[in-house]
Write a protein that binds this ligand. Structure first.
Ligand SMILES: Nc1nc2c(ncn2[C@@H]2O[C@H](COP(=O)(O)OP(=O)(O)OP(=O)(O)O)[C@@H](O)[C@H]2O)c(=O)[nH]1
Length: 378
Protein backbone atom coordinates (compact mmCIF):
# COMPACT_ATOMS: atom_id res chain seq x y z
CA UNK A 1 0.00 0.00 0.00
CA UNK A 2 0.99 3.61 -0.40
CA UNK A 3 1.32 5.85 2.62
CA UNK A 4 1.64 9.62 3.01
CA UNK A 5 3.44 10.70 6.18
CA UNK A 6 3.04 14.07 7.91
CA UNK A 7 5.32 14.78 10.88
CA UNK A 8 4.23 17.56 13.25
CA UNK A 9 6.41 19.11 16.00
CA UNK A 10 9.91 17.98 17.00
CA UNK A 11 9.12 14.30 17.59
CA UNK A 12 6.75 14.04 14.64
CA UNK A 13 9.31 15.43 12.19
CA UNK A 14 12.12 13.22 13.47
CA UNK A 15 9.88 10.16 13.29
CA UNK A 16 8.83 11.12 9.75
CA UNK A 17 12.56 11.28 8.90
CA UNK A 18 13.10 7.83 10.38
CA UNK A 19 10.17 6.31 8.46
CA UNK A 20 11.61 7.73 5.24
CA UNK A 21 14.98 6.15 6.04
CA UNK A 22 13.31 2.79 6.80
CA UNK A 23 11.64 2.46 3.39
CA UNK A 24 12.93 -0.85 1.95
CA UNK A 25 15.01 -0.35 -1.21
CA UNK A 26 13.16 -3.20 -2.93
CA UNK A 27 9.71 -2.10 -1.80
CA UNK A 28 8.71 1.55 -1.85
CA UNK A 29 5.56 2.39 0.08
CA UNK A 30 5.74 6.15 0.69
CA UNK A 31 4.06 8.67 -1.60
CA UNK A 32 5.46 11.68 0.23
CA UNK A 33 6.80 12.70 3.62
CA UNK A 34 6.19 16.19 5.02
CA UNK A 35 7.44 17.99 8.13
CA UNK A 36 5.56 20.78 9.97
CA UNK A 37 6.93 22.60 13.01
CA UNK A 38 6.75 25.95 14.77
CA UNK A 39 10.47 25.63 15.50
CA UNK A 40 12.60 26.54 12.47
CA UNK A 41 15.83 25.16 13.96
CA UNK A 42 14.28 21.80 14.73
CA UNK A 43 12.77 21.67 11.25
CA UNK A 44 16.20 22.26 9.72
CA UNK A 45 17.48 19.27 11.64
CA UNK A 46 15.39 16.91 9.49
CA UNK A 47 16.56 15.48 6.18
CA UNK A 48 13.15 16.03 4.61
CA UNK A 49 13.65 18.28 1.54
CA UNK A 50 12.89 21.97 2.02
CA UNK A 51 9.99 21.83 -0.44
CA UNK A 52 8.33 19.33 1.90
CA UNK A 53 8.83 21.30 5.13
CA UNK A 54 6.76 24.07 6.55
CA UNK A 55 7.48 26.36 9.50
CA UNK A 56 4.26 27.85 10.81
CA UNK A 57 2.88 30.01 13.58
CA UNK A 58 3.49 33.58 14.74
CA UNK A 59 7.13 34.74 14.76
CA UNK A 60 7.31 35.03 18.55
CA UNK A 61 7.10 31.24 18.97
CA UNK A 62 9.95 30.33 16.66
CA UNK A 63 11.70 28.32 19.37
CA UNK A 64 8.69 26.02 19.78
CA UNK A 65 5.88 26.31 22.31
CA UNK A 66 7.68 24.67 25.24
CA UNK A 67 4.67 22.66 26.30
CA UNK A 68 2.03 25.41 26.31
CA UNK A 69 -0.76 23.26 24.92
CA UNK A 70 -3.42 25.96 25.10
CA UNK A 71 -1.36 28.17 22.83
CA UNK A 72 -0.52 25.15 20.67
CA UNK A 73 -4.21 24.52 20.10
CA UNK A 74 -4.89 28.11 19.14
CA UNK A 75 -2.02 28.01 16.65
CA UNK A 76 -3.04 24.58 15.39
CA UNK A 77 -6.61 25.59 14.71
CA UNK A 78 -5.48 28.76 12.95
CA UNK A 79 -2.95 27.02 10.69
CA UNK A 80 -4.32 23.52 9.97
CA UNK A 81 -5.83 24.43 6.60
CA UNK A 82 -2.94 26.59 5.51
CA UNK A 83 -0.41 23.90 6.39
CA UNK A 84 -1.97 21.41 4.01
CA UNK A 85 -1.77 24.01 1.23
CA UNK A 86 1.81 24.99 2.02
CA UNK A 87 3.39 21.82 0.59
CA UNK A 88 2.95 19.95 -2.71
CA UNK A 89 0.69 17.11 -1.56
CA UNK A 90 -0.14 14.47 -4.19
CA UNK A 91 -3.59 14.84 -5.70
CA UNK A 92 -3.31 12.70 -8.83
CA UNK A 93 -2.45 9.47 -7.08
CA UNK A 94 -3.40 9.99 -3.46
CA UNK A 95 -2.10 7.59 -0.85
CA UNK A 96 -4.13 4.67 0.54
CA UNK A 97 -3.67 6.07 4.04
CA UNK A 98 -2.21 9.10 5.78
CA UNK A 99 -0.02 8.71 8.85
CA UNK A 100 0.35 11.77 11.10
CA UNK A 101 3.31 11.45 13.50
CA UNK A 102 3.41 13.36 16.78
CA UNK A 103 4.98 13.31 20.24
CA UNK A 104 2.03 13.56 22.63
CA UNK A 105 3.85 15.37 25.46
CA UNK A 106 4.43 18.59 23.50
CA UNK A 107 2.39 21.61 22.51
CA UNK A 108 3.22 22.11 18.84
CA UNK A 109 2.37 18.59 17.71
CA UNK A 110 -0.25 18.01 20.41
CA UNK A 111 -1.89 21.36 19.70
CA UNK A 112 -1.96 21.00 15.93
CA UNK A 113 -2.57 17.33 15.22
CA UNK A 114 -6.24 17.09 16.34
CA UNK A 115 -7.14 20.08 14.12
CA UNK A 116 -4.99 18.81 11.25
CA UNK A 117 -6.47 15.30 11.40
CA UNK A 118 -10.02 16.71 11.56
CA UNK A 119 -9.29 18.83 8.48
CA UNK A 120 -7.84 15.86 6.61
CA UNK A 121 -10.87 13.73 7.51
CA UNK A 122 -13.16 16.42 6.06
CA UNK A 123 -11.17 16.62 2.85
CA UNK A 124 -10.65 12.95 2.04
CA UNK A 125 -12.07 9.46 2.35
CA UNK A 126 -8.56 8.18 3.05
CA UNK A 127 -8.06 6.85 6.59
CA UNK A 128 -5.93 9.12 8.77
CA UNK A 129 -3.88 7.20 11.33
CA UNK A 130 -2.04 8.99 14.10
CA UNK A 131 1.35 7.67 15.16
CA UNK A 132 1.77 8.97 18.69
CA UNK A 133 4.59 8.66 21.22
CA UNK A 134 3.70 8.66 24.90
CA UNK A 135 6.03 10.67 27.17
CA UNK A 136 8.51 8.94 29.48
CA UNK A 137 8.09 9.42 33.24
CA UNK A 138 11.56 10.98 33.45
CA UNK A 139 10.30 13.98 31.46
CA UNK A 140 7.79 15.06 34.08
CA UNK A 141 9.65 13.49 37.05
CA UNK A 142 12.55 15.77 36.14
CA UNK A 143 10.17 18.68 36.37
CA UNK A 144 9.24 17.53 39.87
CA UNK A 145 12.95 17.75 40.74
CA UNK A 146 13.60 14.03 40.84
CA UNK A 147 16.20 13.96 38.08
CA UNK A 148 17.95 17.28 38.58
CA UNK A 149 17.29 20.44 36.63
CA UNK A 150 18.06 20.94 32.98
CA UNK A 151 17.90 24.11 30.93
CA UNK A 152 14.62 25.14 29.36
CA UNK A 153 14.50 24.85 25.60
CA UNK A 154 16.95 21.91 25.44
CA UNK A 155 15.83 18.52 24.16
CA UNK A 156 16.07 17.22 27.71
CA UNK A 157 14.38 20.14 29.42
CA UNK A 158 11.80 18.98 31.95
CA UNK A 159 8.26 18.94 30.62
CA UNK A 160 6.05 19.34 33.68
CA UNK A 161 2.91 19.11 31.54
CA UNK A 162 3.99 16.12 29.44
CA UNK A 163 1.50 13.64 30.94
CA UNK A 164 -1.34 16.18 31.10
CA UNK A 165 -0.67 17.29 27.51
CA UNK A 166 -0.52 13.68 26.34
CA UNK A 167 -3.84 12.76 27.91
CA UNK A 168 -5.57 15.95 26.75
CA UNK A 169 -4.40 15.41 23.16
CA UNK A 170 -5.29 11.72 23.25
CA UNK A 171 -8.82 12.66 24.29
CA UNK A 172 -9.07 15.16 21.46
CA UNK A 173 -7.97 12.55 18.96
CA UNK A 174 -10.68 10.17 20.09
CA UNK A 175 -13.39 10.11 17.43
CA UNK A 176 -11.17 12.13 15.06
CA UNK A 177 -8.24 9.86 14.19
CA UNK A 178 -9.07 6.63 12.34
CA UNK A 179 -6.69 4.86 14.73
CA UNK A 180 -3.96 5.83 17.19
CA UNK A 181 -0.78 3.81 16.85
CA UNK A 182 1.15 4.21 20.08
CA UNK A 183 4.81 4.06 21.06
CA UNK A 184 5.72 4.44 24.72
CA UNK A 185 9.04 6.24 25.25
CA UNK A 186 9.06 5.09 28.88
CA UNK A 187 9.39 1.49 27.80
CA UNK A 188 11.85 2.08 24.98
CA UNK A 189 14.34 4.48 26.57
CA UNK A 190 16.96 2.62 28.61
CA UNK A 191 17.19 3.14 32.37
CA UNK A 192 18.87 6.49 33.03
CA UNK A 193 19.04 7.34 29.31
CA UNK A 194 17.95 10.83 28.29
CA UNK A 195 15.43 11.39 25.53
CA UNK A 196 18.07 13.17 23.46
CA UNK A 197 20.44 10.20 23.72
CA UNK A 198 17.83 7.55 23.06
CA UNK A 199 15.42 9.14 20.64
CA UNK A 200 17.14 8.24 17.36
CA UNK A 201 17.32 4.58 18.36
CA UNK A 202 13.66 4.67 19.46
CA UNK A 203 12.66 6.31 16.19
CA UNK A 204 14.49 3.65 14.18
CA UNK A 205 12.72 0.90 16.12
CA UNK A 206 9.38 2.57 15.53
CA UNK A 207 10.08 3.19 11.84
CA UNK A 208 11.08 -0.45 11.31
CA UNK A 209 7.67 -1.50 12.61
CA UNK A 210 5.80 1.05 10.51
CA UNK A 211 7.65 -0.04 7.36
CA UNK A 212 7.00 -3.72 8.12
CA UNK A 213 3.26 -3.12 8.50
CA UNK A 214 2.58 -0.57 5.78
CA UNK A 215 5.01 -1.66 3.05
CA UNK A 216 3.02 -4.91 2.98
CA UNK A 217 3.33 -7.37 0.15
CA UNK A 218 1.64 -5.84 -2.87
CA UNK A 219 1.75 -2.84 -5.21
CA UNK A 220 5.44 -2.93 -5.99
CA UNK A 221 7.94 -4.36 -8.43
CA UNK A 222 9.46 -7.75 -7.65
CA UNK A 223 7.83 -10.89 -6.31
CA UNK A 224 4.25 -10.52 -5.15
CA UNK A 225 3.07 -12.00 -1.87
CA UNK A 226 1.10 -15.25 -1.83
CA UNK A 227 -1.36 -13.50 0.48
CA UNK A 228 -1.22 -9.76 -0.03
CA UNK A 229 -2.14 -7.52 2.87
CA UNK A 230 -3.52 -4.40 1.23
CA UNK A 231 -4.77 -1.04 2.45
CA UNK A 232 -8.31 -2.29 3.00
CA UNK A 233 -7.03 -5.19 5.12
CA UNK A 234 -5.08 -2.78 7.30
CA UNK A 235 -8.17 -0.60 7.52
CA UNK A 236 -10.35 -3.54 8.54
CA UNK A 237 -7.99 -4.42 11.35
CA UNK A 238 -7.10 -1.01 12.78
CA UNK A 239 -10.61 0.27 12.07
CA UNK A 240 -11.95 3.81 11.86
CA UNK A 241 -13.01 4.31 15.47
CA UNK A 242 -9.81 5.73 16.97
CA UNK A 243 -8.75 2.33 18.34
CA UNK A 244 -5.52 2.32 20.33
CA UNK A 245 -3.03 0.17 18.42
CA UNK A 246 0.16 -1.52 19.63
CA UNK A 247 2.77 -2.93 17.26
CA UNK A 248 4.89 -6.01 17.78
CA UNK A 249 7.91 -7.05 15.79
CA UNK A 250 10.44 -9.84 15.66
CA UNK A 251 13.22 -10.58 13.20
CA UNK A 252 16.07 -12.96 12.61
CA UNK A 253 19.00 -12.72 10.20
CA UNK A 254 19.03 -15.61 7.72
CA UNK A 255 21.38 -16.93 5.07
CA UNK A 256 20.71 -15.66 1.57
CA UNK A 257 22.38 -16.30 -1.77
CA UNK A 258 24.36 -13.07 -1.26
CA UNK A 259 25.59 -14.06 2.18
CA UNK A 260 26.33 -17.60 1.01
CA UNK A 261 28.29 -16.70 -2.11
CA UNK A 262 29.98 -13.59 -0.80
CA UNK A 263 29.52 -11.04 -3.56
CA UNK A 264 26.07 -12.07 -4.61
CA UNK A 265 27.30 -12.85 -8.11
CA UNK A 266 25.22 -16.00 -8.13
CA UNK A 267 21.63 -14.90 -8.09
CA UNK A 268 20.11 -18.34 -7.66
CA UNK A 269 17.78 -18.77 -4.69
CA UNK A 270 19.51 -20.77 -1.99
CA UNK A 271 17.95 -24.08 -0.99
CA UNK A 272 16.44 -23.35 2.36
CA UNK A 273 15.98 -26.22 4.72
CA UNK A 274 12.25 -26.45 5.51
CA UNK A 275 12.75 -27.03 9.22
CA UNK A 276 15.08 -24.01 9.39
CA UNK A 277 12.52 -21.83 7.63
CA UNK A 278 9.70 -23.07 9.90
CA UNK A 279 11.80 -22.49 13.00
CA UNK A 280 12.78 -18.94 11.88
CA UNK A 281 9.14 -18.06 11.31
CA UNK A 282 8.04 -19.56 14.63
CA UNK A 283 10.74 -17.56 16.40
CA UNK A 284 9.88 -14.20 14.83
CA UNK A 285 6.13 -14.69 15.29
CA UNK A 286 6.66 -15.51 18.97
CA UNK A 287 8.83 -12.39 19.37
CA UNK A 288 6.24 -10.32 17.52
CA UNK A 289 3.40 -11.38 19.82
CA UNK A 290 5.16 -12.02 23.14
CA UNK A 291 8.19 -9.72 22.81
CA UNK A 292 8.29 -6.03 23.61
CA UNK A 293 5.37 -4.17 22.07
CA UNK A 294 5.36 -0.50 21.06
CA UNK A 295 2.91 -0.06 23.96
CA UNK A 296 2.97 -2.48 26.88
CA UNK A 297 -0.34 -4.35 26.96
CA UNK A 298 -1.76 -7.83 27.15
CA UNK A 299 -2.40 -9.09 23.57
CA UNK A 300 -5.49 -10.79 25.03
CA UNK A 301 -7.12 -7.34 25.28
CA UNK A 302 -6.83 -6.76 21.51
CA UNK A 303 -10.06 -6.79 19.54
CA UNK A 304 -8.36 -7.47 16.21
CA UNK A 305 -4.94 -8.55 14.99
CA UNK A 306 -2.84 -8.56 11.84
CA UNK A 307 0.27 -10.61 11.13
CA UNK A 308 2.70 -9.98 8.29
CA UNK A 309 5.59 -12.37 7.84
CA UNK A 310 8.29 -11.13 5.49
CA UNK A 311 11.76 -11.90 4.24
CA UNK A 312 13.63 -13.48 1.32
CA UNK A 313 11.04 -15.48 -0.68
CA UNK A 314 12.76 -18.85 -0.19
CA UNK A 315 12.31 -18.48 3.57
CA UNK A 316 8.57 -17.75 3.51
CA UNK A 317 7.18 -21.18 4.33
CA UNK A 318 3.42 -21.06 3.80
CA UNK A 319 2.48 -23.63 6.42
CA UNK A 320 4.56 -21.86 9.05
CA UNK A 321 2.95 -18.54 8.18
CA UNK A 322 -0.53 -20.10 8.46
CA UNK A 323 0.48 -21.56 11.82
CA UNK A 324 1.71 -18.10 12.93
CA UNK A 325 -1.69 -16.71 12.10
CA UNK A 326 -3.35 -19.35 14.27
CA UNK A 327 -0.92 -18.48 17.08
CA UNK A 328 -1.98 -14.84 16.87
CA UNK A 329 -5.63 -15.84 16.73
CA UNK A 330 -5.35 -17.74 19.98
CA UNK A 331 -3.31 -14.95 21.64
CA UNK A 332 -5.88 -12.20 21.22
CA UNK A 333 -9.26 -11.99 22.90
CA UNK A 334 -11.11 -10.69 19.84
CA UNK A 335 -11.91 -12.54 16.70
CA UNK A 336 -10.78 -10.43 13.74
CA UNK A 337 -7.51 -11.76 12.34
CA UNK A 338 -5.82 -11.18 9.02
CA UNK A 339 -2.43 -12.31 7.83
CA UNK A 340 -0.16 -12.19 4.84
CA UNK A 341 3.40 -12.41 3.60
CA UNK A 342 5.83 -9.82 2.36
CA UNK A 343 8.61 -11.08 0.06
CA UNK A 344 11.81 -9.04 0.34
CA UNK A 345 14.24 -10.44 -2.24
CA UNK A 346 17.02 -8.05 -1.18
CA UNK A 347 16.49 -8.64 2.53
CA UNK A 348 18.68 -10.72 4.83
CA UNK A 349 16.17 -11.29 7.60
CA UNK A 350 12.88 -12.98 8.26
CA UNK A 351 10.49 -10.74 10.19
CA UNK A 352 7.04 -10.77 11.73
CA UNK A 353 5.07 -7.55 12.15
CA UNK A 354 2.09 -7.76 14.47
CA UNK A 355 -0.72 -5.22 14.75
CA UNK A 356 -2.87 -5.40 17.88
CA UNK A 357 -5.87 -3.11 17.56
CA UNK A 358 -8.26 -1.94 20.26
CA UNK A 359 -5.90 -2.80 23.10
CA UNK A 360 -6.24 -1.70 26.70
CA UNK A 361 -3.09 -0.62 28.49
CA UNK A 362 -2.29 0.09 32.12
CA UNK A 363 0.33 2.55 30.91
CA UNK A 364 -2.35 4.87 29.61
CA UNK A 365 -4.11 4.65 32.98
CA UNK A 366 -0.82 5.47 34.74
CA UNK A 367 -0.31 8.52 32.52
CA UNK A 368 -3.88 9.60 33.23
CA UNK A 369 -3.17 9.39 36.97
CA UNK A 370 0.06 11.38 36.49
CA UNK A 371 -1.88 13.94 34.46
CA UNK A 372 -4.42 14.30 37.27
CA UNK A 373 -1.59 15.03 39.72
CA UNK A 374 -0.34 17.95 37.60
CA UNK A 375 -2.03 21.14 36.54
CA UNK A 376 -4.92 20.36 34.20
CA UNK A 377 -4.00 21.21 30.59
CA UNK A 378 -7.43 22.71 29.88
N1 LIG B 1 10.17 8.70 20.26
C1 LIG B 1 10.45 10.01 20.29
N2 LIG B 1 9.82 10.82 21.14
C2 LIG B 1 10.17 12.11 21.14
C3 LIG B 1 11.15 12.66 20.29
N3 LIG B 1 11.26 13.98 20.54
C4 LIG B 1 10.36 14.27 21.49
N4 LIG B 1 9.69 13.14 21.87
C5 LIG B 1 8.51 13.03 22.75
O1 LIG B 1 7.54 13.92 22.24
C6 LIG B 1 7.10 14.82 23.21
C7 LIG B 1 6.90 16.17 22.57
O2 LIG B 1 8.15 16.69 22.17
P1 LIG B 1 8.28 17.56 20.85
O3 LIG B 1 7.73 16.79 19.71
O4 LIG B 1 9.68 18.04 20.76
O5 LIG B 1 7.31 18.76 21.19
P2 LIG B 1 6.57 19.68 20.14
O6 LIG B 1 5.35 19.01 19.63
O7 LIG B 1 7.56 20.16 19.14
O8 LIG B 1 6.05 20.86 21.08
P3 LIG B 1 6.81 22.04 21.81
O9 LIG B 1 8.28 21.66 21.94
O10 LIG B 1 6.12 22.10 23.14
O11 LIG B 1 6.60 23.23 20.96
C8 LIG B 1 8.14 14.78 24.30
O12 LIG B 1 7.50 15.00 25.52
C9 LIG B 1 8.71 13.39 24.19
O13 LIG B 1 7.95 12.48 24.96
C10 LIG B 1 11.78 11.78 19.36
O14 LIG B 1 12.62 12.15 18.52
N5 LIG B 1 11.39 10.48 19.41
Amino acid sequence: MQLEVLGVGGAGCRIADAVRAAEPTDHSFLTDVFAFDTDERSLHGTVIPESHRSRYGPDDIDGGLEGDLERGRTVGRAYADELLESVPRPTAEPADAILVAVGLGGATGGGTVPALVATLQQRTETPVYVLATLPADREFDAAAGRSGSRPRGSADAPRPNAAANAMATLERLDGVASAIITFDNEDWLRPGESLRDGRDRCNRELATRIAAVFAGGGDSEGPVAQTVVDASDVRRIVGDQSAVVALGYGDQTVETSDSRFGLGLLSTEPDVDTSEAVSAIETVVRKGIRGKLSLKCDPETAARGLLIVGGPPAWLNRQAIAEGRRTLESAIGGSGILGGDAPRPDGDRVFAAVVLAGVESERIEALRAAADRTEPAD
